[in-house]
Design a protein around this ligand. Structure first.
Ligand code: GDP
Ligand code: IMO
Ligand code: MG
Length: 423
């Protein structure tokens, strides 16, 4: 069997959590492979809403095994809060949530360093989620990190060393902080963590595949936040692209099966950084209010704009997307006209290629399509789609050259329409 991968194709928050939950019944194992509690994946069903940060979105359907892979960075304190809240609502995960021993730990001082680096950047700050993601991945790559497996050997000493390094940096930044309480919570949470299955996940996942079990890998963030290919430096610190599933799980590239690329019918971004199709007008406000575009983790208002096909084509190329999933179609239900950016004008020259740097000098070139002007939220099948909506889908498929397999028309699990595209 192969690993299917589901990835955000924009700047995150495309609706990955919802769709992973919808797809879960088709799979035996659901995994996260990168990122950490910077993610906020929302699921809605039976009138309940859940936001997951570190735990895969496959936990609610059919008692499936969920794995936090080696590429993830884990904050024990936030993990404990998340797992305890789930247990309180009847979802005890201790027997079916596995955590890779090679996943790196977010230390209390990583969170503080995240804040200190942002403060030092002043106006050019990235607008991180403040969860210590950058500093933790920095330590991983510079070979100073602490891993879950380290909990089992000589942990105190390794922790003290790492903390001392961080304290030196914080001193040099002249950053004031107090970690007493956070540190106490952190150690308590480490004990809590030990009741979960701490595993050699690369072996476990490859063995599952050999046994014929199906695996779905759930991306966090989005392709445009990838540390190599995103809008650097306004990105996250991990590989959010399809290749990240190989390194973040220990599966070979030839074990990757379907790649589901997920995007909103428009586009959003939270935090700083360039956004060529951003709308600072009434249309942008309308998308924000109808789409409830506020961060699932930080509550920050998300910036909104039209769909950007230059960026989407780039993401599809980098990720090798085999199927597309379009989310939040309903948010555009009342728009007279829908715009789609098909090229960038840079210094008077048009290009369809995503450039080295996207910055304010980019002028989006738009194609306009008529809006469908009807309520899609109660539709159950593609037979009910209005003509203008079908035209929008056909236009996107023609431009992107990948079939749109699923259309989402509302936040609930049930508001999901699988199209009759042939395999
Ligand atoms: P993720 O990080 O990719 O999992 O996405 P988030 O959960 O951060 O953000 C997506 C938001 O859109 C959540 O509040 C979802 O409940 C909501 N959502 C998902 N699909 C749809 C949809 O088709 N229509 C509407 N209106 N909301 C949706
Ligand atoms: P999900 O998985 C949207 C953004 C932050 C910031 C940049 C770096 O819910 O789609 P970080 O804390 O990672 O160092 O922040 O990345 N960012 C996200 N934006 N959705 C996310 O995750 C994000 N995770 C990080 O806003 O601009
Ligand atoms: Mg999110």
């Amino acid at each position: 069997m192969k690993v299917d991968v589901l990835l955000g194709l924009q700047w995150g928050d495309e609706g990955k959590g919802k769709v992973v939950d919808v797809l879960t019944p088709k799979y035996d194992i659901i995994t996260r492979f990168q990122g950490g509690p910077n993610a906020g994946h929302t699921l809605e069903f039976d009138g309940q809403k859940y936001v997951l940060r570190s735990i895969p979105s496959g936990i609610f359907q059919g008692g499936k095994i969920n794995v936090i892979g080696n590429g993830v960075v884990l904050d024990p304190v936030l993990f404990k809060q998340e797992a305890e809240a789930l247990a309180a609502s009847g979802h005890d995960l201790t027997q079916r949530l596995y955590i890779s021993k090679k996943a790196h730990l977010i230390l209390p001082t990583h969170r503080i360093l995240d804040a200190a680096y942002e403060a030092a950047k002043g106006d050019s700050k990235i607008g991180t989620t403040g969860k210590g993601i950058g500093p933790t991945y920095t330590d991983k790559v510079s070979r100073n990190g602490l891993r879950i497996g380290d909990l089992l050997h000589n942990f105190e000493e390794k922790y003290k060393k790492a903390k001392a390094r961080h304290e030196t940096i914080l001193k040099s930044l002249n950053y004031q902080y107090d970690i007493t309480e956070l540190e106490a919570q952190w150690f308590e949470a480490l004990e809590y963590l030990k009741q979960f299955k701490l595993i050699d996940s690369e072996h476990v996942i490859n063995n599952f595949l050999k046994e014929g079990k199906s695996v779905l890998a759930e991306g966090a963030q989005g392709t445009l936040l990838d540390v190599d290919f995103g809008s650097y430096p306004f990105v996250t610190s991990s590989n959010t692209i399809c290749a990240g599933a190989c390194t973040g799980l220990g599966v070979a590239p030839n074990k990757i099966g379907n790649v589901y690329g997920i995007f909103k019918a428009y586009c959003t971004r939270v935090g700083s950084g360039p956004f060529p199709t951003e709308l600072l007008d009434e249309d942008g406000e309308k998308m924000c209010s109808i789409g409830h575009e506020f961060g699932a983790v930080t509550g920050r208002k998300r910036r909104c704009g039209w769909i950007d096909l230059v960026a989407l084509k780039y993401a599809i190329m980098i990720d090798g997307v085999t199927h597309l999933i379009m989310m939040k179609s309903d948010v555009l239900d009342t728009f007279e006209t829908i715009k789609a950016c098909v090229a960038y004008k840079i210094n008077g020259k048009e290009t369809e290629e995503f450039p080295f740097e996207i910055n304010d000098s980019i002028e989006p070139v738009y194609v306009e399509l008529p809006g469908w002007k009807c309520d899609m939220t109660k539709m159950q099948s593609e037979d009910e789609f209005p003509e203008e909506f079908n035209a929008y889908l056909s236009f996107l498929e023609e431009e992107l050259q990948v079939p749109i397999k699923i259309v989402s028309v509302g936040p609930d699990r049930e508001q999901t329409i699988v199209r009759y595209t042939e395999e």
